[in-house]
Every structure is written in structure tokens, then in C-alpha cells.
Design a protein around this ligand. Structure first.
Ligand SMILES: Nc1ncnc2c1ncn2[C@@H]1O[C@H](COP(=O)(O)OS(=O)(=O)O)[C@@H](OP(=O)(O)O)[C@H]1O
Ligand SMILES: [Mg+2]
Ligand SMILES: [Mg+2]
Ligand SMILES: [Mg+2]
Length: 455
């Protein structure tokens, strides 16, 4: 919503991600990821000029709507309708594909799990989703109009050829595309050949950057969770001139009860045989999506093709939690210590007064949990030297922001999606919160404890 406040000479266009100030508060407002304009409204600045070291300097202002600019706002919110619809349908298809592959992984052997150069896992599902989404986007918008940055390439797939992985990918892609009509999309007239599948995967060779439009795709985020029969996500975002304009997160195992998100909880239940370790126990799954500037994030249940559900799917709005008392708040973080320092976040939690056990969840399901109001804070502090990739964050960031939350690096700056495949310039770590108060507290705690940390 465009905003105008004459008394403070503040003009802000929320939808366009611009904030202009003509008084001496410029240095304060331009430099933080979140600005409290009033006690109840929080508005994001997506292009700061620099960084404030402490969000506590955030100022409060009274803001009035400028009715003359409303038409611009509604125009903005109609943008990308086609792209969003296609992206949601493609992610629904990808969820269905992944569910089938995960079931077969659990019931058979782990032979289809390959290791990449960095020892991270990759599976038939990662390549198959990348091929399927790439093919759908190209068919829907014309391959010359579609540019995609995505995690996987065909090098490892060619290496894995001997194990029959490529054949399995081609079959999985074709089985999935054969169901396209049920998702309101058009599939191929005849099954894709190996060359076409490889082409679809390797077409995702954009390197991103500051200008133009590209999609960012993580075909399976949290592959480790996926192969362990746990949480994972399919993440698709559209980025224009360095800004994420829409995001879609497919979370096929998002459980009915939020406590079941917790890796440890699930693990203990399984070993104590309280619930069977089948995917049934999740009762589960959703696709969450948002469009920049709409102020809304939406959630759909998964479409179950075998249950004969047809498009359109029902959707309901999601909103971040209203909890801003740290003692009542839950924070989530990666399961693997190697991906984020559990000891550093434990220290932060202690100093901020977070009393609950951390919710350790694989993948961008953590972003989904914040957007749905199932947790209040997400923190990730990777080891020094690790560079976060845009596809691991883009969709989640826009969804949380539109659901009313705040996302920044540990210096309070927005994540920068304009610098290629990495989040260049990221200050220490990623923090997402349900509201500005919690966010402010975490950022101050990071500042206070960073120098004595071993990160
Ligand atoms: N060393 C290191 N440090 C930090 N992050 C790393 C690291 N290595 C990988 N990755 C990326 O982390 C993605 C998975 O993040 P998660 O939050 O799901 O972590 S965890 O699996 O719950 O521990 C994971 O995404 P996927 O590869 O899509 O699963 C990686 O992009
Ligand atoms: Mg990932
Ligand atoms: Mg991945
Ligand atoms: Mg990976």
C-alpha cells in the first residue's frame, strides 16, 4: 500500500519497494530492513542504502494512506497473475512427483541417492522436478522468455548414468507430465525422450543478476530430509531486477500438528514406536505462495491426483504469529549442525529469553512455518566462508514478508537477490521473524555476542 505522511515528509511506496525521505531521519529509515511507522503497521524497505548496526534505532511514525496512489497499488497487485498461477500448478505437480519418489525411496533401497562433488545428496526427485518445472515454464511462457537459475545440472546425472538414474528420471518426468491436465496444465503430446529431459534440466543455466527477469528454483530443498523420509520443500520464485516478485513453496510433508515438524520429536516417536514411521502419520502437505506487495500469503492443500481431485484447489490466507513475547516464542533452525551453528543460536536464545526448545526442521519448511504462524523466528548462521544461494531463500523471503513477517541478514539488511547465484554481502546470517520487536531483539543479541563466538 503506498503511504504518505506529510508531517514527517515521508513518502513510501510499499509496492514498489521504495522509500524516500526528505528530512534528516533519512539515515535511520533508509538503513534498516524494517521500519515501524506506527505501533500496528510495519512496512518493509527492500532497497536500503546501507546498514544500521542496531535495529533498536528504528523510529516510530504515524502514517496515512494516500488515496491518489491507490490505483498504482491495485495495478501492482494484478501483475504476475499468470506467472503465479502457473508456478503454483507446477509446484503442485512437483509435490506429487516427490511424494511418489520419497515413498519408493523409503520402501526400497537408497541406491538412487547420489553424492555430488561437495558430498551433498541428490536424487531422482531433484533432477526430475527440475526437468518438469523447467519444461512447464518453457511451454507456458515460451522458452525464449524463460530464464531459470536452479540448483542441479546434468554433470552428476551423466555420471550416474550407469546406475540407471537417468532412465529413472526420464520415466519419473513423463509419469508426472502425463498428469498435467489434472493440474490445469498442458502436458506433452508424446512422452519426452532422454535428450529433451536433459535439455530441460540444463536449460536452467541462468546466473541471475541485477537486471531482467529470471526464475529461481530449488527442485528439492532439504534433500537430506527428503532421503530420510522427513521434511523437504520445492521452492520456486520469480525475480525481476533483483527483487523477488513472487514465491511458491511446496511442503509435501507439512504435518497436521506443528509439533510433528520437529525432527527430534519425530525421531523419538519413531524409535519409541508411538506412531508408525509411514508418511501417513503426517496427514499433511501444503503449497504456500505470495506475490510481492499484495500483503497476503496463501496456502493450498496438496492435490492428490489418485483421489481424483481436479483443479481449482481451495486456498486460504496465512498470517504470521502475533506472539512477540520471547518467552512464548519458538525459533526454528536447520537440523544439521554443519549448516548452522546450534551453539551460537542457543546462546542467542538464552540472551533474548527464548525459553522453548528449538524446532529443528529440514529445508525451507522453516520459512513456511513462520508464514503459517507455527513458529516465530528462523535463524541460520552458516560457517564462515559458506555462501548462501538465492534458491534456498527467495521464495521463503517473499512469503514471510507478505504474511506480515520480517526477513533480513544479521545486520538488518534485506537479502540481496541481485548479485548472481549467491546472496553476496550477507552479513553473518539469515534471520526471519514474525514481527519487528522479536527481530530487533535477535539482531541486538547477535551484535552483543558475535565477537566472542567462534563463527
Ligand atoms: N555447509 C553448509 N552450510 C550451510 N548451508 C548449506 C551447507 N551445505 C549445503 N547447504 C544448503 O543448506 C540447504 C539445506 O538447508 P537446511 O536449512 O534444510 O539445513 S538442514 O538440512 O536442516 O540441516 C541445502 O539445500 P539443498 O541442497 O537443496 O538440500 C544447501 O543448499
Ligand atoms: Mg536448497
Ligand atoms: Mg535442493
Ligand atoms: Mg542440494
Amino acid at each position: 500500500m503506498p503511504l504518505h505522511c506529510s508531517s514527517m515528509a515521508i513518502k513510501a511506496s510499499h509496492n514498489l519497494g521504495l522509500v524516500k525521505l526528505n528530512d534528516k531521519r533519512k539515515s535511520i529509515i533508509n538503513h534498516v530492513g524494517t521500519v515501524s511507522f506506527s505501533k500496528t503497521h510495519h512496512h518493509r524497505i527492500s532497497k536500503p542504502i546501507g546498514c544500521l548496526s542496531k535495529l533498536s534505532q528504528t523510529q516510530s511514525f504515524t502514517v496515512m494512506e494516500d488515496p491518489k496512489r491507490l490505483s498504482l497499488s491495485s495495478l501492482q497487485s494484478m501483475k504476475h497473475t499468470q506467472e503465479l498461477e502457473t508456478a503454483v500448478r507446477a509446484v503442485q505437480m512437483a509435490c506429487s512427483l516427490c511424494q511418489k519418489v520419497q515413498e519408493s525411496l523409503i520402501s526400497k533401497s537408497s541406491a538412487v541417492v547420489q553424492s555430488k562433488g561437495d558430498n551433498s545428496p541428490v536424487t531422482v526427485a531433484d533432477w526430475s522436478v527440475q526437468a518438469t518445472v523447467s519444461w512447464i515454464l518453457s511451454e507456458s511462457f515460451g522458452s525464449s522468455n524463460v530464464s531459470i537459475v536452479a540448483e542441479e545440472d546434468i554433470q552428476n546425472l551423466s555420471k550416474a548414468k550407469a546406475g540407471g538414474v537417468l532412465e529413472a528420471v526420464v520415466k519419473t518426468v513423463n509419469d508426472c507430465l502425463a498428469e498435467a491436465a489434472r493440474f490445469g496444465l498442458q502436458g506433452p503430446k508424446k512422452a519426452l525422450g532422454t535428450t529433451e529431459v536433459l535439455e530441460a534440466i540444463s536449460r536452467c543455466n541462468s546466473r541471475g543478476g541485477p537486471t531482467g527477469r529470471f526464475w529461481a528454483l530449488d527442485p528439492v530443498d532439504g534433500t537430506l530430509g527428503f532421503v530420510r523420509g522427513d521434511q523437504y520443500a520445492i521452492a520456486l520464485a520469480l525475480i525481476e531486477d533483483g527483487e523477488v516478485v513472487l514465491g511458491v513453496l511446496g511442503c509435501p510433508n507439512y504435518p497436521m500438528r506443528k509439533e510433528w515438524l520437529n525432527y527430534h520429536h519425530r525421531y523419538h516417536r519413531i524409535i519409541s514406536k508411538l506412531t508408525p514411521p509411514t508418511s501417513e502419520s503426517w496427514d499433511k502437505g501444503c503449497v504456500i505462495y505470495a506475490r510481492r506487495g499484495s500483503g497476503e500469503a496463501w496456502m493450498q492443500p496438496l492435490l492428490h491426483v489418485n483421489k481424483n481431485f481436479l483443479w481449482p484447489n481451495s486456498a486460504k490466507p496465512v498470517r504470521v504469529s502475533s506472539i512477540d513475547n520471547p518467552s512464548l516464542a519458538t525459533f526454528c533452525e536447520p537440523v544439521e549442525k554443519a549448516n548452522s551453528s546450534h551453539s551460537f543460536t542457543a546462546g542467542l536464545a538464552h540472551s533474548v529469553g527464548l525459553r522453548k526448545q528449538p524446532l529443528r526442521v529440514y529445508s525451507m519448511v522453516k520459512y513456511a512455518a513462520i508464514a503459517r504462524g507455527d513458529a516465530e523466528i528462523f535463524m541460520k548462521f552458516a560457517r564462515a566462508g559458506y555462501k548462501e544461494k538465492i534458491w534456498d531463500h527467495a521464495a521463503g523471503v517473499v512469503i514471510i514478508q507478505e504474511a506480515g513477517g520480517v526477513v533480513s541478514d544479521a545486520g538488518g539488511c534485506p537479502l540481496d537477490f541481485s548479485k548472481g547465484i549467491y546472496l553476496e554481502g550477507l552479513d553473518r546470517g539469515v534471520i526471519a521473524s514474525a514481527g519487528a520487536n522479536l527481530h530487533d531483539k535477535i539482531i541486538r543479541a547477535v551484535d552483543a555476542s558475535w565477537d566472542s563466538s567462534s563463527l
